[in-house]
Design a binder for this molecule. Structure first.
Ligand SMILES: NC(=O)c1ccc[n+]([C@@H]2O[C@H](COP(=O)([O-])OP(=O)(O)OC[C@H]3O[C@@H](n4cnc5c(N)ncnc54)[C@H](O)[C@@H]3O)[C@@H](O)[C@H]2O)c1
Length: 262
């Protein structure tokens, strides 16, 4: 199938498309699921937390799948059952553990790599053939400013996000002849439960108050001194899923308030 040429105006309507959003029970994933559904897509909500997965699915008339992405057998079973056949994949699920390398538990390191690198690979391995057959597909990887920059005490997270950036670029190269784009969205700190947990971890680590952690640690490197809202990330993800973004691929797209401009 040949790739159709760009025509204007473009449609932002995703009616008829199926999307898979991982970690869609909370935070950025939930916001992406709701926004893609509002644009017309049927959304498969995958999360290890049954209650929040079902709650998001109910909110957007989607389908909940309760799967722990660290369990590769369970993930493969979910992907081969046949009911998840996405045109759009949003690899979003992620976890954070904050500790210096000598104290970092190797089991935590392995689990983080499984959830944030191996699971996206397994999902793409199953989803790309369907996208190729339709000559259309969109992969949005919710990476982080930590996909292109490092911070101390986040060895597994930074390593996993850098690996996700590499996976996204290879997906972009392999998918290009088939109408599939793949990009990373790289936010700085977003107001979500994952971030709220980090505030308490960092407060303990640095001996600071929670307010001081936000002001002096989290917003220290951004030029724009505020947290990002999950809905802002979702709008960006939606744009990348439309035909307006058909030439944007293989990119690491900062949403970092000019952190990486320095
Ligand atoms: N919040 C931030 O400041 C920020 C900044 C940059 C990037 N990110 C990235 O955005 C993504 C979403 O983060 P968030 O802040 O919305 O987090 P969150 O904790 O609010 O939500 C993460 C969701 O992923 C699910 N999840 C976690 N591990 C899972 C697993 N093993 N299997 C299935 N589901 C699992 C959780 O149950 C939860 O519903 C992550 O990849 C994170 O690294 C977050």
């Amino acid at each position: 199938m040949s790739i159709p040429p760009f025509t204007s105006p473009v449609s932002l309507d995703l009616t008829g498309r199926a999307a898979l959003v991982t970690g869609a029970g909370s935070g950025i994933g939930r916001a992406c699921a709701l926004r893609l559904a509002a644009a017309g897509a049927h959304v498969h909500i995958l999360d290890r937390d049954a209650e929040s997965a079902r709650s998001t699915a109910k909110e957007c008339d989607g389908t909940a799948h309760v799967v722990d992405l660290a369990d590769s057998d369970a993930l493969e079973q979910a992907l081969t059952r046949g009911d998840i056949v996405p045109d759009i994949v949003v690899n979003n699920a992620g976890v954070q553990v904050v500790a210096p390398i000598p104290e970092f538990d190797p089991d935590d390191f392995r689990r983080i790599m499984a959830v944030m690198v191996e699971a996206p690979f397994r999902i793409l391995r199953r989803a790309l053939p369907h996208m190729y057959a339709n000559a259309w597909g969109r992969v949005v990887n919710i990476s982080s400013v930590h996909g292109v920059r490092a911070s101390p005490f986040k060895s597994a997270y930074v390593a996993a996000k850098h690996a996700l950036e590499g996976l996204s670029k290879v997906t972009a190269l392999e998918g290009a002849p088939h109408g599939v784009t793949s990009n990373c969205v790289d936010p700085a700190y977003v107001r979500t439960p994952l971030m709220e947990n980090q505030i308490s971890d960092q407060a303990a680590l640095h001996g600071l108050s929670p307010d001081a952690v936000v002001r002096d640690v989290m917003l220290e490197r951004t030029a724009i001194k505020r947290l990002i809202e999950p809905a802002e990330v979702a709008e960006f993800a939606l744009f990348l899923c439309t035909d307006a973004a058909s030439f944007i691929s293989g990119a690491s797209l900062p949403m970092d308030g000019a952190w990486t401009a320095r």
